[in-house]
Design a protein around this ligand. Structure first.
Ligand SMILES: Cc1cc2nc3c(=O)[nH]c(=O)nc-3n(C[C@H](O)[C@H](O)[C@H](O)COP(=O)(O)OP(=O)(O)OC[C@H]3O[C@@H](n4cnc5c(N)ncnc54)[C@H](O)[C@@H]3O)c2cc1C
Length: 342
């Protein structure tokens, strides 16, 4: 079968690139092993502010706009828009932090994001009040991936397997029975095992998240103190995620789960039960920018990786940028261009 593209990897990067192909009537298959990805266990939050220090996120407004556009473009073929527009609300640790927020809200790059009309949440402990972040939003992660994968399966666009590099022939541009024009690797942290791109400085940052159930009412926001807390369904809530550097083992670590529950209990004093614990590696780059572009020697081979802690925003924005670069020779931002490592 002759295809325009093969995509390898089915997390945010892979499915957002697939969306560009669907939108532009390109033929493709997406090859992904079906292993639960970092994307599938993520909170799905899009947030234009670094909430530890109250600083702006590079390119945030453009990226959030692209997230909204992408999801409304997907609506017609997925049958739903998976965006919840509930704002993110940051609980202040003390007066000093709240004053810092006020000061930072005067900065040019933050004034549109940091609301200075502080609110008092009813359901959680927030003695020093809480600040709302404008432009923040959340993707309904579980429903989105369920729907996107169903679409791919229905249209026979998903090959559920680990990509077998021994079956890739770059002389004939074939993989097994498929011939293709371009191949795009969107493998997350597994890029470290890709013989063509393993030289890229992508590292794994391990993250745990939990789903809890509780009868408690929780204010309808994405609540953030140490971790995110928000409602995912009638009685279920997401809590997460941890940031664990220099870890290589992918397994559930009780100490990390304890961090999540003690962070939760700092603000939430109602009864709850843990329903599910998840763990995965975020693919991060030391300069905190994604990596996209063409392989040095193979002109039909591309990479889209390094989505970091902002997988939704980065994948939506940079899948489009990569597609337009490949098809229309548009420039890739130098900050994210693979050339910085070649
Ligand atoms: C706990 C936690 C919470 C997070 N919360 C947020 C959040 O709120 N907002 C946000 O924007 N981001 C969040 N992130 C980060 C986000 O999840 C990542 O940036 C994003 O998942 C990266 O997407 P990706 O497509 O590059 O990789 P991945 O999600 O890792 O997906 C890659 C997929 O491809 C498959 N694959 C890889 N190589 C191959 C191969 N050779 N053959 C076949 N299949 C292959 C993998 O098995 C995997 O399924 C969070 C991450 C974690 C861990």
């Amino acid at each position: 079968m002759k295809l325009d593209y093969i995509i390898v990897g089915g997390g945010y990067a892979g499915v957002m690139f697939a969306h560009q192909l669907i939108k532009n009537n390109k033929s493709f298959i997406l090859i992904s092993d079906g292993v639960r990805s970092a994307s599938e266990i993520s909170a799905g939050v899009c947030n234009p502010v670094v909430l530890k220090r109250f600083t702006g996120v590079w390119n945030a407004k453009n990226e959030i706009e692209t997230v909204r556009n992408n999801f409304s473009e997907m609506g017609p073929y997925l049958g739903q828009n998976f965006i919840n527009s509930e704002n993110l609300v940051r609980i202040f640790h003390d007066d000093i932090e709240r004053d810092l927020w006020l000061k930072k809200s005067e900065n040019e790059d933050l004034k549109d994001f940091l609301d200075t009309d502080f609110i008092k949440l009813k359901s959680v402990k927030n003695d020093y009040l809480s600040g709302r972040v404008h432009y923040s939003l959340r993707v309904d992660v579980k429903a989105f991936f369920r729907s996107f994968y169903s679409y791919l399966e229905e249209h026979k666009l998903w090959l559920k397997e680990a990509f077998d590099f021994s079956e890739l022939n770059l002389g004939t541009n074939t993989y097994k029975d498929f011939s293709f024009d371009k191949i795009v690797f969107c493998e997350g942290v597994n890029v470290n095992n890709n013989p063509y791109f393993s030289n890229l400085p992508v590292k794994g940052n391990r993250g745990h998240s939990i789903l809890i159930s509780s009868d408690a009412e929780v204010d309808p926001y994405i609540i953030k103190k140490k971790f995110f807390l928000f409602k995912t369904s009638q009685k279920q809530f997401f809590v997460g995620g941890t940031y664990e550097w220099d870890q290589t083992v992918l397994e559930i670590i009780p100490e990390s789960v304890n961090k999540l529950t003690s962070g939760l209990e700092e603000i939430f004093d109602k009864e709850y039960k843990i329903d599910e614990v998840n763990v995965a590696f975020r693919a991060v780059v030391h300069d905190r920018r994604p990596i996209l572009g063409c392989h040095e020697e193979h002109e039909n081979m591309y990479v889209l990786n390094g989505m970091g802690a902002r997988g939704v925003m980065n994948s939506c924005f940079f899948s489009k940028q990569l597609f337009e670069h490949i098809e229309y020779k548009k420039e890739i931002f130098p900050e994210v261009d693979i050339k910085r490592f070649q």
